[in-house]
Ligand binder design. Sequence first.
Ligand SMILES: Nc1nc2c(ncn2[C@@H]2O[C@H](COP(=O)(O)OP(=O)(O)OP(=O)(O)O)[C@@H](O)[C@H]2O)c(=O)[nH]1
Ligand SMILES: [Mg+2]
Length: 274
Amino acid sequence: MPSNTVAEAFKRNILIFGESGVGKTCFNDMFVKGKHFALYEPFPASDDTESKLISVNDRLWCLNLLDLNASLFKDEDSTMNAALITQMISNADGIVLLYDVTRQASFDYITWDGYLELARNRKRARDDGELYPCGRQRFGCVLVGNKRDLAAEKRQVAKEAGEDWAASQGMNFFEVASSDRSAIEKVMEALVRSIERAENWDREDIEEEIKKREEQIHIPVREVGTDEIGRRDAGESRMLEEKSVNQRSRVFPKLGEALRKVLRKRPSQGEDTG
Ligand SMILES: Nc1nc2c(ncn2[C@@H]2O[C@H](COP(=O)(O)OP(=O)(O)OP(=O)(O)O)[C@@H](O)[C@H]2O)c(=O)[nH]1
Ligand SMILES: [Mg+2]
């Protein structure tokens, strides 16, 4: 049964990532509020988020949108808070890479240095702590060329360039004008599908990792049981068993929590709508 209440909706964090002036705020506002060309807003504070419900594959998703100005990474005088940026990037379940079809530099940056910044910040979050206990966490991603309405006269980025790069990264590509709400909704639907795929791959990884570690932990117990147990007295073998239980509980809270987090958050494979 499809979810049909806000409480049942799958909540996901979406980051709109692109250089200054590519139209992130307009894109956001058109998707969330259906308003055309909102007022210019500078770099948002961390709580500057917008939510919107969207139905994809008979499920209701609650998308929490945040935008991040990729130009900040180029500005040496930027007062950006590195920890906040890392948090914004690492918390994103899906990312819209946005450029302006009338500005080649905005495409070059987002498909090269900007994209690398995303990878670097995801890595930093992994290395720093327990955010992704199982190694890596994928995110959904789409590439979007904005200001299509200006393309006839001012196009600098060939449509094929966008298509080719997106295909090389295995992501969907769109050209939109941020005045066209239905085009933006199609982008977000594709992003949700991309998030679903990423999450299913993550889930498979985590389950495999748990299985692998479980097998590793079992090996010494079995060896002790067959080869050595006869030579040890009962007290010693009990101690070995206790040691193995402790080992398991040391490993599993972390993995178990990761799996619980994924399962809590994500639709189960069995109920996948395909
Ligand atoms: N013609 C046209 N103009 C657009 C479109 N989207 C945005 N703009 C204009 O582009 C300018 C920048 O848009 P914003 O949404 O403020 O861009 P931004 O990416 O949020 O910029 P920063 O907040 O500086 O990072 C504004 O003047 C918008 O009106 C579009 O699809 N077509
Ligand atoms: Mg803006």
